[in-house]
Design a protein around this ligand. Structure first.
Ligand code: HEM
Length: 460
């Protein structure tokens, strides 16, 4: 018996029957996660150890699950046996405990039910976003193309600012000041560092952080107050819609929730956009880029306007978005803990209380049982039948999670992504630098592509 086994004898016994890579003292299996993204390591373990696998972060046991049946149990059929633990500690200073993303039942339920994204009017509000966002995205693309005809740009930074601006317009009807964007990125960095730190308490935010945070939330409180004193029922922004609906929120609650929308969505939407634009810019995929541009041209040409219905009907655009998220899921890893108070049954196994479970869609999105040539970018694979058999939130395709805690912002995110791509490709394309590469990084719980550089080139 090795030192690791000797020290952790009783814990190991609790997981009898679940195999995994051999741990060693003192790091357990942590070294396996060095130099690679965690979801890639997890996918590797899944191939070697099957549908459930035990790994050790130091002396802390974690389970990796990798079969549609087990994901269904944890996220859907037995979801009440599991709760969210780790992101709460890391992200609470940034997105507050008011966020349904971090809360656990029973508080979670009332937060989710009363959130504007769950309201009956949400689909109508989303459908109105098309007109207010389209022009701003085109304007920004034009400006960037002028700038970038001389100088190559970092696509992730560029798209992140563009997404922040489009979220700003959806939420408040206007582009928020640069100083507010700076606070957003600063607080996001603190959250990202805390999330990836193995020693979260070491990342105690500074007084400076709390000062910035106060500015961030009070800015949104001010926007809410402005609408209260001068509401505009014809406006398409979220604050006016919430006000018109007679929201139950306190001012503070509304403001915090609105601020949370940015952290829930900007990074993940940026991830999808950069991924799709990068994939389409590759020489081997140029025919897909052409096909998308043609579809967009035909749609825009009818009356030079685009409607929500037309965006929804653009079938190739829809395929490009699905395929980008299948290959590089924007949220490839999150966690659940099993019940604090009882042993939970998971498949054939009995799981000791409070065991963290790593949830990653990466391996199943790449499973050759379901997907032919899984690593190949091929939007055409999404035929009508494939879409029907693999809807969002299903066994082999769940970029937005699945079950009762699946993403609340999915419909808005999809329309934002599609509209940005349609507006962008209606006038321009991206030409990557010769040396540019696509490297997956991890930021604020989101897979954030790094080092994609190149030029935005306007069509002739
Ligand atoms: C491409 C964009 C997005 C992706 C890929 C994405 C992905 C996800 C995933 C995987 C989850 C489930 C996490 C879990 O089960 O622990 C989730 C939850 C959530 N998302 Fe998103 N998201 C996106 C955009 C958005 C947007 C735009 C918003 C807000 C407007 C948002 C708000 C939320 C919230 C509040 C939850 C927590 C739901 C709950 O626990 O009840 N997301 N998202």
């Amino acid at each position: 018996m090795g030192l690791f086994e000797y020290i952790n004898k009783s814990k190991i016994a609790e997981f009898n029957g679940i195999s995994g890579p051999s741990p060693s003292f003192p790091l357990g299996n942590l070294l396996s996660f060095v130099g690679e993204n965690p979801w890639e390591t997890i996918a590797g373990f899944s191939i070697n150890y099957g549908e459930i696998c035990l790994v050790w972060f130091g002396s802390s046991p974690h389970l990796i699950i990798n079969s549609p049946d087990l994901f269904r149990e944890v996220l859907e059929t037995n979801w009440t046996d599991y709760y969210k633990d780790s992101p709460k500690k890391a992200l609470e200073p940034v997105i507050t405990s008011y966020s349904p993303f971090l809360a656990n039942p029973p508080a979670w339920k009332s937060m989710r039910d009363s959130d504007s994204f769950s309201s009956p009017w949400s689909p109508k509000w989303i459908s109105q976003q098309v007109l207010i966002l389209k022009e701003s995205i085109k304007l920004r693309t034009n400006g960037l193309a002028k700038f970038s005809s001389k100088k190559s740009l970092d696509l992730t930074h560029t798209i992140q600012k563009m997404s922040f601006d489009s979220f700003s317009i959806s939420v408040s009807g206007k582009i928020l000041p640069e100083s507010i964007y700076d606070i957003f990125t600063y607080m996001g960095k603190v959250g990202a560092d805390r999330l990836t730190s193995l020693f979260v308490p070491k990342y105690i935010p500074s007084v400076f952080f709390y000062w910035k945070r106060r500015k961030w939330f009070s800015y949104f409180s001010k926007l809410v107050k402005e609408v209260e004193s001068n509401p505009n029922p014809n406006s398409s922004d979220l604050i006016n819609w919430i006000f018109a609906s007679g929201s139950k929120y306190s001012d503070k609650g509304t403001a915090i929730n609105l601020a949370n929308v940015f952290y829930g969505g900007v990074y993940s939407v940026t991830s999808v956009l950069v991924t799709a634009i990068w994939l389409l810019s590759q020489i081997k995929n140029k025919h897909f880029e052409e096909k998308l541009k043609l579809e967009i041209k035909e749609t825009f040409n009818k009356d030079n306007e685009i409607t929500f219905k037309e965006i929804e009907e653009m079938s190739f655009l829809d395929k490009v978005v699905r395929e980008s998220m299948r290959i590089f899921p924007p949220v490839p890893l999150y966690l659940r803990n099993s019940s604090k108070s009882k042993v939970v049954k998971l498949g054939k196994n009995r799981i000791p209380p409070n065991t963290p479970i790593l949830i990653s869609n990466y391996a199943l999105h790449h499973s050759d049982v379901r997907w032919e040539n899984p690593l190949e970018f091929n939007p055409e694979r999404w035929t009508k039948d494939v879409i029907t058999n693999n809807p969002y939130g299903s066994d082999y395709f769940f970029p937005f999670g699945r079950g009762p805690r699946a993403c609340m912002g999915m419909s808005y995110a999809l329309i934002n992504i599609k509209l940005t791509l349609a507006s962008f490709y209606s006038i321009a394309r991206f030409e990557p630098d010769l040396k540019s590469n696509y490297v997956q990084g991890f930021f604020f719980g989101v897979m954030m592509p790094q080092t994609v550089t190149g030029k935005i080139v306007l069509d002739e």
